[in-house]
Design a binder for this molecule. Sequence first.
Ligand SMILES: NC(=O)c1ccc[n+]([C@@H]2O[C@H](COP(=O)([O-])OP(=O)(O)OC[C@H]3O[C@@H](n4cnc5c(N)ncnc54)[C@H](O)[C@@H]3O)[C@@H](O)[C@H]2O)c1
Ligand SMILES: N[C@@H](CCC=O)C(=O)O
Length: 543
Amino acid sequence: MSDAGFHIPFPKNEPVLSYAPGSLERAQLKAELERQSNTTIEIPLIIGGKEIYTGRTGKIVMPHDHGHVLATYHKAGPEETKMAIEAALEAKKDWANMSWIDKASIFLKAAELLSTKYRHLVNAATMLGQGKNVYQAEIDAACESIDYLRYNPYFASLINQWEPVSSSDSFNRMDYRPLEGFVFAVSPFNFTAIALNLATAPALMGNVVVWKPASTAVLSNYYLMQLYKEAGLPDGVINFVPGSGPDISNVVFNDPYFAGLHFTGSTSTFDGFWKTIVEHMDTYKTYPRIVGETGGKDFVVAHPSADPKALITALIRGAFEYQGQKCSAASRAYIPQSLWKEIKQELVDQTESILMGDVRDFRNFVNAVIDEAAFDKIMGYIEKAKNSNVAKIIAGGQGDKTKGYFIRPTIIETQDPHFVTMEEEIFGPVLTVYVYEDNQYEEILQLCNETSPYGLTGSIFANDRKAINKAYEVLRFAAGNFYINDKPTGAVVGQQPFGGARRSGTNDKAGSPFNLLRWISPRTIKENFIPPTSWTYPFLQEE
Ligand SMILES: NC(=O)c1ccc[n+]([C@@H]2O[C@H](COP(=O)([O-])OP(=O)(O)OC[C@H]3O[C@@H](n4cnc5c(N)ncnc54)[C@H](O)[C@@H]3O)[C@@H](O)[C@H]2O)c1
Ligand SMILES: N[C@@H](CCC=O)C(=O)O
């Protein structure tokens, strides 16, 4: 049922708490960090509301102290995945027919619970399990999650209000049906909020979900399941199945009721999914919706008129916040010679002064990268720069995985605009700078546009309006989120709908009505008040 006419007011973004010394929230969060650090919990699958312990387990450790186990989680296999699909389809019988206002109310309640009772629990789990500092956890696990939970019901109300034209003899209306089947949500490790949105956005639109979280994010993601339950989400609407990706996806992609994929993660994983779905197309009852937000190689282009201090700050925050593990992270910068002379030393000095360490010490701006595979991959790129004669490391470059997966924020200066670290996604604290002649600004914009296969985020720094407009024009398809005099990270729900095209995904803009539209399959209903009783046309009659 559409329940058109009911309106949800435009929400406000959740305020970001400061955690300043002496604040209540700081004391409460510190206590929660202490509590979680001194407990090891066991995390089951949650299928149809039931906790399932398979006995096949994995461990959640602290990235900054990988000997410290925070939780043991149970893994789903093919059998449990089938159970999750069955539980979802069973739950769908009621959920799909429930008024959208009731569904919205559940998620709005979840927003309030996350803003209050669950805030420190989910923030602390994100800090300890995913290696975020307090600010990075707060803007993600608390604020962005709450914003999704408040804005999506508002966007759903906009969609549900739209009705077609009716006339005096017929009544036309829309039935905003969910997809026929279930949605498979597959989430990345790096944003608790993204994991939340991938499962809840389709659910809000009446769908049921089989959700596979990333193994390294299972701790915070499990607490989200508790949040949904307390908010009143019926059992089986979202089913939580951590485990080995292929074990789960092989069952899902072979199921006739697979109706949609809501994915965020790497381009290569998404490519593999898309190909498998195409191979199984004959199996499905309906064409599945495929929504995927993937990798990036995000740029900062500076014009000679740029503000030097603002540029340095944007490079440091854009490249090194959360250890560069954001799809939006600044990872290649094009800087004019004149400006480079002015900022280079300051950029290096500020980068070297960054404190790194345990997330529980709030002075640390950077922490550890997520796991050993990430550490090795990132250090591999740093090694390539060390061994190159067209690239030089000017800051950082050191890594140590003895206790935690620590990599110093690293800046590479290269003379080759196609050096490997200018083109490939590294997903770590590594920024590569290419310095250009001041009079080559337009050529550099072209080079930037053509250098990488991705099209996610990018920034232009300039005070000259013509230079800004030129970048706006040349880089039109280079970024789905384009920033003027700002870092390329930190999109806020309701303010900068997020996503990119090219090899960065389907650009369905998380946190917007565009995304929600992918999770409905509308039915148009015409009711004729006075049906005709003769099939002839007037012109068939004789003069
Ligand atoms: N564009 C965006 O909005 C956005 C946002 C966040 C992260 N990302 C991207 O995500 C990547 C980092 O996240 P990640 O390391 O978690 O990505 P990933 O692709 O390794 O994993 C993403 C999810 O897919 C699962 N997975 C991987 N292979 C699978 C398989 N064969 N079958 C089933 N599931 C499988 C993983 O377990 C995880 O849950 C980066 O490339 C980053 O740019 C993009
Ligand atoms: N939405 C986040 C990026 C998410 C990807 O990892 C940002 O805008 O920085």
